[in-house]
Design a protein around this ligand. Structure first.
Ligand SMILES: Cc1cc2nc3c(=O)[nH]c(=O)nc-3n(C[C@H](O)[C@H](O)[C@H](O)COP(=O)(O)O)c2cc1C
Length: 218
């Protein structure tokens, strides 16, 4: 139940005005991420789990697109996609990526970098099966990132898949579809401050559970 005295705009404002200082930030970037994530949820901002995923082509060129964060924790940050898509091919060649969140209403940006691995197929299936039936059909029907002749051809393909799996619920997990987990080696938390004199704290992984903390100029 929402507290009738809760003022959403005032809450957002107060977060936007909170400096990001080393003492409060602490030594564990996962804890700081969780704290910002919880505040973001309370602040009801638009599409907060949409994150930019940057990968690298075989020629060493960057490419970026938005995907949705579906899970996070000390093991990493999970999103789901087509393994044969452009991003899938790029991650197969170079299993390193960068993620970016921008929560405008809170004046916050989070950059995360690390290696990327596939989730196990049970995890992928669990999530796949939880999606609406139409999305399951769409995942089967789409050779994501390949060219296609027309919208008609796409719609035809969708109907064929629909027909093929008429009696299955959920649909089976497509062999070319599933999750990736980015295991962070670096985080940067950016808090907007007055006069564009922002706070930037960077955590670099030194060992399994230990991180160095440094401050960057804005
Ligand atoms: C808000 C938003 C959320 C999206 N979420 C996903 C997602 O979770 N997984 C996905 O494969 N594509 C998602 N997309 C589409 C991707 O941005 C992209 O078009 C698609 O994955 C193909 O990218 P690629 O050709 O670089 O592989 C999303 C797009 C937007 C705008």
């Amino acid at each position: 139940m929402t507290d009738p005295n809760f003022d959403l705009n005032r809450f957002r404002e107060s977060l936007r005005e909170t400096p990001l200082l080393e003492d409060e930030a602490g030594h564990d970037p996962f804890q700081l991420f969780a704290r910002w994530y919880n505040e973001m949820e309370k602040a009801e901002i638009f599409q907060p789990t949409a994150m930019t995923l940057a990968t690298v082509s075989e020629e060493g060129r960057p490419s970026a697109r938005v995907v949705l964060l579906k899970e996070y924790g000390e093991e990493g940050f999970v999103f789901f996609t087509n393994y044969e898509s452009r991003k899938g091919r790029e991650l197969a060649a170079t299993p390193h990526a960068a993620l970016l969140f921008y929560w405008r209403e809170l004046g916050r940006q989070i950059r995360i970098e690390g290696r990327v691995e596939k989730t196990d197929s049970e995890t992928s299936f669990q999530y796949f099966a939880s999606r609406p039936r139409g999305s399951q059909i769409g995942a089967w029907a789409s050779a994501q990132s390949d060219t296609v002749e027309s919208r008609e051809e796409m719609d035809q393909r969708y109907r064929e898949v629909e027909e093929k799996f008429r009696n299955e619920d959920p649909l089976p997990l497509p062999p070319f579809w599933g999750g990736y987990r980015l295991v962070p080696s670096r985080f940067e938390f950016w808090q907007e401050r007055a006069s564009r004199y922002h706070d930037r704290l960077v955590y670099d992984r030194i060992q399994e559970n230990s991180w160095s903390l440094s401050r960057l100029n804005p």
